[in-house]
Design a protein. Structure first.
Length: 376
């Protein structure tokens, strides 16, 4: 959980850092912001499944530490660099860090989850959500004091967590080896088969879902600034508030899904979120918009942990790779779509970007109806 927090603290602060760079004239268009976010996700998308395969083939808990290191190195220097090539390289490095951490971290959560996979995965996921939520607050605090030089502060949490992980590396190796033996024995005894078709349907739903969410978080601060006329600092903090609500929902969603059923939580929460994002696009009041975003974020994130568990159940013999797809690759797809959403905002206005977000969220909600059921 702590490692996920440190990794996603860096990733969660990236849209806010880019928004401030846009406000200070370092970036000149919405498309430029979106292109950087896309750059961040391209290597992420390619590496996540490969990192998942590495995590499955042999216990490699050190991948978590390498991921955290790359994640904070990729953002801590972007505020001080003036070189565009270096800027893109650093943003790519952050994406690589996230790609290395997530499959290894999710496999670790699965290892210690036992019979309560939903709760275990929710605890792991809430670490990431908390990092995404705290990223805007963390960076904005230092930005007020130091301006864009505040990106240098992004290394602090990561260095602390890496130190702890390296001390416990041997313990993690032993736990993973024991878990892998148990999984192999269970697969033989119960003749477990992987559901490739179900996994592909789930991945497709997550692709559409991520296209909506990634575009949403990339442009939410700018939407508040330019359409709802909120000042820069407040707009970035509101982004963090939405993610905080999401973190709480993630923790509850996984715990409840262990009792109610993973498919039910995914479907009900996804469909329930649609009216709130649709109404959000129709209001000109920042207060009403925020009141609508709170239940939207809660319901959207309630479905997060169950989707990861369902993916792991579909690919029960390749948990790391399943996690690489459900946590990483599917979310990275949103980064590939966001430049198009940014271009839409440049041409027609950023409100049309939010209309597109609402469409993606609605389509993903409908798609959850077709995900095959798994046992609790």
């Amino acid at each position: 959980m702590a490692g996920h927090f440190a990794t996603d603290l860096c990733h969660g602060s990236l849209p806010i850092i880019l928004a401030y760079m846009y406000q200070e004239g370092r970036l000149t268009s919405y498309s430029a912001v979106a292109l950087l976010m896309m750059t961040n996700t391209i290597l992420n998308a390619v590496i996540q499944p490969l990192a998942g395969n590495l995590a499955d083939s042999k216990p490699r808990p050190y991948l978590m530490s390498i991921g955290i290191l790359c994640a904070f190195l990729g953002v801590m220097f972007i505020g001080i660099t003036q070189n565009q090539i270096l800027l893109y390289a650093l943003v790519c490095l952050n994406g690589i860090g996230a790609a290395l951490f997530h499959p290894a971290g999710a496999k670790m959560a699965n290892t210690f989850g036992g019979a309560k996979l939903g709760k275990s995965m929710s605890i792991f996921s809430v670490g990431g959500n908390a990092g995404m939520a705290m990223g805007p607050f963390y960076f904005t605090f230092f930005y007020v004091l130091f301006g864009l030089d505040a990106t240098l502060s992004m290394c602090i949490p990561g260095l602390i967590i890496i130190s702890v992980y390296m001390l416990k590396n041997r313990y993690y190796v032993v736990a993973l080896e024991h878990h892998n033996k148990e999984v192999k024995k269970k697969s033989v005894d119960e003749n477990l088969q992987e559901n490739i078709k179900g996994f592909l349907i789930l991945t497709g739903v997550l692709f559409v879902r991520s296209a909506g969410w990634f575009s949403f978080v990339s442009f939410l601060s700018l939407y508040y600034m330019h359409n709802l006329h909120i000042n820069d600092e407040v707009a970035t903090l509101l982004n963090g508030v939405v993610c905080t609500v999401g973190a709480i929902a993630t923790l509850l969603g996984g715990t409840i899904s262990d009792k109610v059923g993973f498919n039910k939580i995914i479907t009900y929460a996804s469909i329930g979120s649609v009216p709130f994002i649709a109404l959000f696009t129709q209001t000109n009041s920042a207060v009403i918009a925020t009141l609508l975003l709170l239940p939207f974020a809660f319901l959207f994130f309630t479905a997060m942990s169950p989707t990861v568990v369902v993916g792991q159940k579909f690919l029960c013999k390749h948990v790391g790779m399943a996690s690489g797809f459900t946590i990483g690759l599917s979310m990275s797809f949103g980064g590939l779509v966001s430049p198009l959403m940014g271009k839409l905002g440049d041409i027609y206005g950023i409100e049309y970007t939010m209309y597109g977000v609402a469409v993606f969220i609605a389509l993903a909600a409908i798609g959850t109806l077709f995900i095959p059921k798994v046992e609790k």
